[in-house]
Design a protein around this ligand. Sequence first.
Ligand code: TEU
Length: 534
Amino acid sequence: EVTANWWRDAAIYQIYVRSFADGDGDGTGDLAGVRARLPYLVELGVDALWFTPWYLSPLADGGYDVADYRAIDPAFGTLAEAEKLIAEARELGIRTIIDIVPNHVSDQHAWFRAALEAGSGSPERDLFHFRKGRGPDGATPPNDWVSEFGGTPWTRLDDGEWYLHLFATQQPDLNWAHPAVRQEHEEVLRFWFERGVSGVRIDSAALLAKDPALPDFVEGSDPHPFVDRDELHDIYRSWRAIADEYGGVFVGEVWLPDTERFARYLRPDELHTAFNFNFLACPWDAALLRTAIDDTLAEHASVGAPATWVLCNHDVTRTVTRYGRTETGFDFAAKTFGTPTDLALGTRRARAAALLSLALPGAAYLYQGEELGLPEVDIPLDRIQDPMHFRKGGADPGRDGCRVPLPWSAQGPYAGFGATAEPWLPQPADWSSYAADLQSDDPDSMLTLYREALRLRRGEPGFGTAGEPGIRRLTWLDAAPGVLSFTRTDGLVCVVNLAAEAAELPGHSAVLLASGPLDEAGGLPQDTAVWLRA
Ligand code: TEU
């Protein structure tokens, strides 16, 4: 099949369902909202949609606390509607990627409720990590680990036992050494592949396996008691065999800065792709970006996998704010309240970063609202819902600032997100100035830039890997310090200028697309990118 390798150079759009579009007007985004906006996504020019978890959930962590993997949360719609959405999108040439959360379940999941009921020492508790505490009366947590959201990852029950949760209290970790846990997830994968999904994102993919002794953490210990353990690879090999039956693909959320360890997840019989967070975390610096790109391409080439570029997602500060930070540098995750930000600068850089990432060989992920140039929002303290904020004792505003419901229309209540009820997170006063309908007709808008870039990327065989088994490389061109310049095949050139002086563009080249105006002499100003045909 010609499209068998579609994922190697796809442009994939992340939908945070709760905040994308509200079809039934209750203030929460839903599948009806997505269906109504499919024409927008077609016009944007993406190949696939990745939906953050849409399953039955108390939404303690926005749906990453799953109560039933085979049901859609009623706030979002029904299973029948999800099937319809998958089919409708596919008719329009857009594939669906779902999000599987294997590390943990919701405390409302039938398994965990049964484990609570059945009590200490029961087989039901073996599906999780229940332990006695330490110290007199067992009042001290069983070990010294730190939760990904801050504090101890242990919660004590009335019967005196503790259970492990690397994330929020409401997200008990599953015991992946238990065969029933493996079997259940393999069945869930089949359940969704049978319903027509083309891919699966694997949440927290490097955390599932734990040292069965659950020992205290010792700095530098190898293997780590719960990160990147060897047992994981066996799990993903069996998942790969299932995906291959259906022609499905995986994208792993593998937060591992070590590129060699990262690449092991992308061996030919494991995951097809994994997010490259080193690129996302890279400061706006030409030399560092070039190193991040080279290292990424080298590590992927070593295992024959295409790279996956991502600038933002529902967990990190939005790009225009991140790149516009004037005081804290470019710390990608720093979400301090009211950090001074130069939004004009950040927007200029975000536009250039978009052209850079979309010119690189491999797949690219976009996060909803990135194409509208949305900034991070300072959510009023009393409206924050992210459990990370509370677990960190309020010192960190958490991740809600990048999850604010999208502005669709300059007219109408709530910037066109939903008609009748206030959105679940408040939108700032100027939100409608970012509205999709306003940007749609503006040749200089972020939306127009993304549409043009995606159209060119699709039409030019020189971009991406175009279904080839091999990996097309980029070739760096000579450039002044602070300037990134590279060519892809077919004479396509991308130049990004991060230096203060304007950069000279190669002669005899036609400008296909620019992130901002060139200067009078035809030079490329600072924080501007351009695509050329040499
Ligand atoms: O995130 C996993 C993860 O590694 C997070 O700790 C991440 O480092 C942090 O959010 C960065 O700010 C995934 C999901 O993307 C996240 O939304 C969930 O909260 C988490 O898993 C638990 O399921």
